[in-house]
Design a protein around this ligand. Structure first.
Ligand code: C5P
Length: 240
């Protein structure tokens, strides 16, 4: 488990708003009400138009916002993008890239918390070999996370299965955000393969979990979100 951080229990669940339009996003947020306090908005909504109006609306509802656009470009371009973003009110954002890209982004981040993508979970060892990296995935994730923290990033996005090795080897200041959560012992008929459940994710060192389809696709999304929140609360009460 990670060291205690100043994170409110109800903000540890981040809902992935992977819907095609800001209208649908607003409807879902209204439906979920108090059951979700933190939302992740990514590329699909970015390409739909109205992204920053949605961000402003979420902030006006008192929500926290994770801008998941995985900036990746030459360092100065990433730095400029981060400079533009930092005054927009987002709480978390993702960047992707090597040391010089991360360094440029950190220089401009202000109060924005930056998460580094280490190795995309869609890449397997064969892909890493093809890219010419002479290392295994686990070692690469750890070394990328270590560099990210040294350079001044606030955290990383990590699969639940990698979280424990990050916790065991890195400074506890590192924020670890874990997607690919499957709250029930289901066999998902979707693209997530390396899944963990809610308690496992926190036990392995997550600070936040990102959940999308298991809540959005539930018969009663609000009830599903409340169930996840109840499990998070129970987990942290037991640990206290
Ligand atoms: O629907 P699901 O619960 O799989 O949603 C997970 C969210 O986390 C999606 O928005 C997905 O893009 C994101 N994500 C992920 N794996 C990563 C990084 C982000 O699943 N390595």
């Amino acid at each position: 488990m990670s060291a205690p951080k100043d994170i409110s229990v109800t903000e540890r669940l981040i809902l992935a708003l992977d819907v095609p339009s800001p209208d649908e996003a607003r409807k879902l947020v209204a439906l979920l009400g108090d059951s979700v306090q933190f939302y992740k908005i990514g590329l699909e909504l970015f390409m739909a138009g109205g992204y920053f109006e949605l961000l402003d609306w979420l902030k006006a509802q008192g929500k926290k916002v994770f801008v998941d656009l995985k900036f990746f470009d030459v360092p100065e371009t990433v730095a400029s993008a981060v400079r533009q973003l930092r005054s927009r009110g987002a709480d978390l954002a993702t960047i992707h890239g090597n040391d010089s890209i991360m360094r440029a982004a950190v220089r401009e981040k202000g109060d924005l918390k930056l998460l580094a993508v280490t190795v995309l979970t869609s890449l397997d060892q064969g892909d890493i070999d093809d890219l010419g990296f002479k290392t295994d995935v686990a070692a690469l994730v750890l070394s990328r996370a270590k560099r990210a923290l040294e350079i001044g990033c606030d955290g990383v996005v990590s699969s639940g299965l990698e979280a424990s090795q990050l916790r065991a080897n890195l400074d506890h200041r590192l924020l670890v955000v874990v997607p690919g959560i499957r709250p029930v012992a289901n066999k998902p008929a979707d693209d997530q393969k390396r899944t963990v459940d809610v308690e496992e994710a926190f036990e392995m060192g997550a600070d936040y979990i990102v959940v999308g389809r298991p809540i959005r696709g539930a018969e009663n999304p609000k009830q599903a979100a409340q169930d996840v929140q109840a499990r998070i609360k129970a987990y942290f009460e037991k640990k206290a």
